[in-house]
Design a protein around this ligand. Structure first.
Ligand SMILES: *Cc1c(COP(=O)(O)O)cnc(C)c1O
Length: 367
């Protein structure tokens, strides 16, 4: 059975020395540094998943005619390992990442990775490179499982007949630097991220490749991030860059939340799903629905819409302070982080770092 594959272990002879690693971990940035090892597992039609290894981190050698370079049959995931105060290292809902990975696989005509094998891969890499999990507050080891099509040849009539699943790990500081500074967003009417029937719900690199030009336009417009709208009317809000959005109405005991429903064109964030549950438990009704850019603007103008924030694994929760579109710009509330945003952020981070109770068993102990 592929889910009980044994890993061949080849430890690196060139591990980064302790003192240098400590120096690197003091200021890791995001996604720039990588640990000493990686996981690779091969798949082909005859054998299924086989040849699972833990090996030294290093370059891949692939034929220039390998399918992934031409037709972008590629998928990824992103999650983090956290170090608790007692030294325990955990991840957060890795089973949910495995399930989402496999939903993405189905859309991209790629073979699913058995959930146990997916989670075991993460565990093995983190156990081996545990010294790379940072200790500083808000820092973590970002885990990047991904899969590429490895068949050689330029035929386009069928998916690749072979694949490689890989996991790498990157010690990381908070994604947006400078604490919880609110971001400004540009409403993208010129570009579309995803259309019905497309790959919007799948975490595939191609979605990002097509998004960079819109992100560049946002920056040209003086904004930090792009907000995607629906493909048909460019009116309904979908998500922000690589994060999902939440809208808070009212305040105090009357606060309630809305997040765009999963229509197939947005990415079903695990942070989004977690916050829907936590908000409810904290007495904040949270529903899935839809909001147009006109409603967003009118809600901020009347004061009924009090806070907006984006959420995702990398940056956790990031307040949105200012919105700009073709028809002008406006502030969200005072432009500063709001109380609902901050309460949810504290609760989620508390669960992840082990300082708050974990009622749903989301925290998965590794070592
Ligand atoms: C990964 C991702 C998210 C956030 O998902 P999480 O599981 O919360 O990290 C949101 N939008 C896009 C486009 C993404 O790729």
């Amino acid at each position: 059975m592929s889910s009980t594959l044994d890993f061949d272990i080849k430890l690196s002879d060139h591990r980064v020395p302790d003192a240098e690693r400590e120096r690197m971990l003091a200021d890791p940035g995001f996604g720039q540094l990588f640990t000493d090892h990686m996981i690779t597992i091969e798949w082909d039609q005859g054998r299924g998943w086989h040849d699972a290894r833990l090996e030294p981190y290093g370059p891949l050698s692939l034929d220039p005619a390998t399918a992934v370079f031409h037709y972008a049959q590629e998928l990824f995931e992103g999650l983090k390992a956290y170090r608790h105060a007692d030294g325990t290292i955990v991840t957060f809902r890795p089973d949910a990442n495995a399930a989402r990975f496999n939903r993405s696989c189905e859309r991209m005509a790629m073979p699913p990775v058995p959930e146990e094998l997916f989670v075991r891969s993460l565990e093995l890499l983190v156990e081996t490179d545990r010294d790379w999990v940072p200790t500083a507050e808000g820092h973590s080891l970002y885990l990047r499982p991904f899969m590429i099509a490895t068949q050689r040849g330029l035929g386009v009539n069928s998916p690749s007949s072979s694949y490689r699943f890989i996991v790498i790990a990157s010690p990381s500081a908070a994604y947006f630097t400078g604490g919880i500074r609110p971001v400004s967003v540009w409403l993208s009417e010129d570009y579309t991220r995803a259309a019905p029937g497309g790959t919007g719900f799948a975490k595939c690199g191609g979605n990002y490749a097509a998004a960079f030009v819109a992100q560049a336009q946002a920056v040209e417009q003086g904004c930090d991030q792009v907000v995607w709208l629906d493909a048909m009317e460019h009116r309904w809000v979908e998500e922000m860059g690589g994060m999902n959005l939440f809208f808070a109405y009212g305040g105090g005991a009357d606060a309630r939340l809305l997040t765009p429903a999963l229509t197939g064109t947005l990415l079903p964030g695990i942070t989004r799903d977690s916050l829907l549950k936590l908000a409810h438990d904290m007495g904040i009704p949270a529903e899935e629905g839809r909001i147009s850019t006109d409603e967003w603007r009118a809600g901020n103008a009347s004061g009924e819409l009090t806070e907006v924030f984006a959420c995702g694994t990398a940056a956790v929760i990031t307040p949105v302070g200012r919105v700009k579109g073709r028809d002008g710009e406006w502030l969200v509330g005072s432009g500063e982080p709001g109380p609902v945003t901050m309460r949810l952020r504290e609760e989620l981070i508390g669960i992840q770092y082990g300082t708050h109770p974990d009622p749903y068993g989301w925290v998965h102990k590794i070592c």
